[in-house]
Write a protein of this length. Sequence first.
Length: 289
Amino acid sequence: MTTFTAITTLPSREKAEALAEAMENFLPAPTGIGCFEIEDSSGHYEVGVYFEERPDEIELALIAAIYGAQPFAVSELPETDWVAHVRRELRPVEAGRFFVHGSHDADRVPEGRIGLLIEAAMAFGTGHHATTLGCLLALDRLERAGFHSRNTADIGCGTAVLAMAAAALWPDPVIASDIDAVAVEVARANVEANGLAGRVDCIEAAGLDHPELRARAPFDLIFANILKGPLLALAPDIAAATAPSGYAILSGILGSQAAEVAAAYRGAGFHLVCRDEIAEWTTLVLKRA
């Protein structure tokens, strides 16, 4: 089935959300609408709309003008099995002792490495993105330095690759949460596929707002590989849920945003252990005082 996309940008979240809501009544009816912050520290948002038939570009121009958006860029996407395509293209990722791979590379896990099977799916976190890679490297370094987490949480877990990495290192409880129900289902499937059922619990939650997360706190280690905005909002909650001398590994942060995030967590009772940069992305390792 041919798909048409119409993509525009707006200068604020409020305008973007208002346009996305208005597009729900557009004809032909969209098959999907997305509204995302553009990760370039500009504060701009992107609205993407998907159609099964070509939309009227004059009507798109009118609605864009009404909401102060840039003109829509309309594209036709050919029929492609994108999951199969990504599976073919994704190469294994080596992060310290971790070897993140798809099923097509299951026989290539090097001796002495920890293999983590992650198939291409709808959730974030195959290990190829610099933020996931940075978190895995930080975890590997902490463990090699003698740290042992007896209680770990992965907030905004996506595929649960970070939660599974912790479970592969230590025989102790791990809980993974995500605000997105699809991500939670993907995470559960990955946990099962990696033989970690019963070792990693996956739940749907917004931040740390869930009875099970509150019951399990405080944590020796918390991952939060999300974005600057949620990280800043969650600083008090992550601090409250981290055990004394416990660690937080944070990513999803552009280099230009790292100082602001680090300052917020210093104010919440952490000190910065290290800051790692991969491409334009930063991973922060913090220790609670």
